[in-house]
Design a binder for this molecule. Structure first.
Ligand code: ZN
Ligand code: ZN
Length: 580
């Protein structure tokens, strides 16, 4: 019996996204997804000239009988959907059965397929059936698409450079391999192997294939659930970042999803651990009952709608922030010697320093990396009570870096960044629970503002009052502060008040207390922290280190820059050639 049924009219209209066959990567996507739906566990993608000349996809899936294979080239045919209800509850990838006819209409397409019995080979060119024949019985499907867009020069022109097309395909295959670690993917362009996953169902191994060992060593495993969602995945150390969001991958029920809100909550969970302009590498698998998501809001854009978004965001945020808070991130300076052979065959030694993170705890547990065959046994980092080791300050370099030592080597602390972190955590706490300690000012502070800004501040007076500022109107355009919360450091009162007022004006009608407190804390902590070029005494250094130790995250300032870096004894000895 035919596996493929003709979709009814209503359903095909519902899939209103239209054809997405507009470039070689979209052809690869459609065809590979077909292979996945055919339960293949091995999929090979071979390209010639980034797929523009040829795309060949070989799978070991279920294959098709002749009748189905012929039907697959006609519109509105699909083996995956039967009725309206299936569309809503769909948890398989394919819901556009129209891709193959579209592809066949703009190329020469050869489909060779077999269920293990007699095979079939069908050739289409420019949408016309050229030939049908029997072929060998190897189970699976080989589909070859030649001369893509040969008869639609406008589309051919639309393609960017071959490199751009190829990079899109690499990204696609990478993401599919992350979604299906149980499938062995391989990708070739002009016979050069570009990617290969082993299908062993180990997500970390796929991460390793894509990003390499240096990144893989710095991925943390997270796992958790609530009533509706199960989450498992890997998040990078805050140090491992990229300039785009492309490496944040969310997979919902096996389907790659691009959802702005999910990307944002993942990125926000790294707040103050990394610089705002950088993005972490994250792969999250989300499993959910299909009835609480709507996959069909925009198939081409791969977006999805969640009916319990807030719960999902809380879960993701809690898992990531908890994991980050458990791990010790001290950047470890490593020196790599590169030997570059010159034309004269004389080696040139090129010192290259890379910053690396190192797990330090009481037992000196080092993140001992090993990709395990068993997905159950990912390396877990031990939770440490003391996040920083004992540090003994020696002095200050250029009024900027506190030099410390202990049995593990040399440490440099950026005194501004450290002080900033300490103040930041203090202000977050104080702003979150304002106490009633008020300092009356001998001389009230008058703040003059342009009238429009004055109006905004006047309108939002309660924000200042809730923080225990006492305000009196002085005259048109002027706000007079008579008393301020005691925690405002003396000498900086006016500056601090001005900064707080600036933030109120900036947020205006988009005011949100949590964000306001956060901005005030970052802003004041930076302003009120020791400036560079300020020499402090050994006792002050010790106090600073003690305060830093008490922080939730002593490793970075609120802007995400490091507070402390480490030169191990070994690295120093390497630099001085005491060891090889
Ligand atoms: Zn600063
Ligand atoms: Zn900073």
């Amino acid at each position: 019996m035919s596996k493929i049924k003709i979709m009814n009219e209503i359903l095909s209209n519902k899939i209103a996204a239209g054809e997405v066959v507009e470039r070689s990567s979209s052809v690869v996507k459609e065809l590979v997804e077909n292979s996945i739906d055919a339960n293949s566990d091995e999929i090979k993608v071979e390209l010639i000239d980034s797929g523009v000349k040829e795309i060949k996809i070989t799978d070991n899936g279920s294959g098709m009988e002749k009748e189905d294979a012929l039907l697959a080239f006609s519109r509105h045919a699909t083996s995956k959907l039967y009725n309206d209800d299936d569309l809503y509850h769909i948890s398989s990838l394919g819901f556009r059965g129209e891709a193959l006819p579209s592809i066949a209409s703009v190329s020469e397409t050869i489909l060779k397929t077999s269920t293990g019995d007699v095979g079939t080979i069908i050739t289409y060119k420019g949408g016309k059936l050229i030939s049908t024949d029997n072929s060998d019985a190897r189970r699976g499907t080989v589909i070859t698409v030649k001369d893509l867009f040969y008869n639609t020069p406008a589309r051919l022109k639309y393609l960017k450079s071959l490199n751009t097309e190829l990079s899109l395909i690499v990204e696609l295959i990478n993401k599919l391999a992350l979604s299906y670690p149980n499938i062995k993917f391989s990708l070739y362009n002009n016979e050069k192997k570009l990617f290969n996953s082993d299908g062993s169902n180990n997500l970390l191994k796929v991460v390793n294939e894509i990003y390499g060992l240096d990144v893989t060593k710095k991925m943390l495993h997270i796992i958790g659930e609530n009533d509706d969602y199960d989450i498992e995945g890997f998040i990078s150390y805050p140090e491992i970042t990229r300039s785009t969001r492309n490496s944040i991958v969310t997979i919902v029920n096996g389907r790659i999803v691009k959802n702005i809100e999910l990307n944002k909550i993942i990125n926000d969970s790294y707040h103050t651990y990394k610089e705002e302009s950088r993005y972490p590498i994250v792969v999250l698998k989300i499993t959910v009952d299909p009835s609480i998501i709507d996959v069909n809001i925009h198939p081409a854009k791969q977006d999805i709608k969640f009916s319990k978004m807030e719960e999902l965001k809380d879960l993701i945020n809690n898992l990531i922030t908890k994991k980050l808070s458990e791990v010790t991130f001290i950047r470890n300076v490593e020196t790599k010697e590169k030997i570059i052979a010159s034309n004269y065959e004389k080696p040139i030694f090129n010192l290259e320093r890379t910053i690396d993170e190192h797990i330090v705890d009481s037992e000196q547990a080092v993140f001992d990396f090993e990709i395990k065959e068993n997905t159950e046994s990912y390396n877990e980092v031990e939770i440490t009570k003391e996040k920083l080791p004992e540090l003994y300050p020696i002095g200050v370099m250029r009024g900027t870096y506190i030099i410390c030592q202990n049995e593990n080597g040399l440490y440099l602390i950026d005194q501004h960044a450290a002080k900033e972190r300490i103040n930041y955590e203090l202000y977050v706490k104080l702003l979150g629970n304002p106490n009633n300690n008020i300092t009356d000012m001998l001389f009230p502070i008058n703040i003059e503002l342009p009238y429009n800004e004055y109006l905004i501040v006047n309108e939002n007076k309660n924000i200042l009052e809730n923080l225990n500022f006492q305000i009196a109107d002085f005259g048109i355009n002027t706000i007079t502060i008579k008393a301020h919360p005691t925690w405002l450091p003396s000498g900086y009162e006016e500056d601090a008040i001005r900064r707080i007022i600036d933030i109120i004006i900036m947020m205006n009608d988009k005011f949100n207390l949590e964000k306001f407190n956060e901005r005030v804390a970052i802003n004041l902590s930076c302003k009120l922290s020791i400036k560079a070029n300020e020499n402090i005494s050994i006792t002050e250094m010790e106090n600073l280190i003690d305060d830093l130790k008490k922080c939730n995250n002593p490793f970075s300032c609120p802007h995400g820059r490091p507070t402390i870096i480490h030169f191990s004894n070994y690295e120093l000895e390497k630099l001085f050639k005491r060891v090889l």
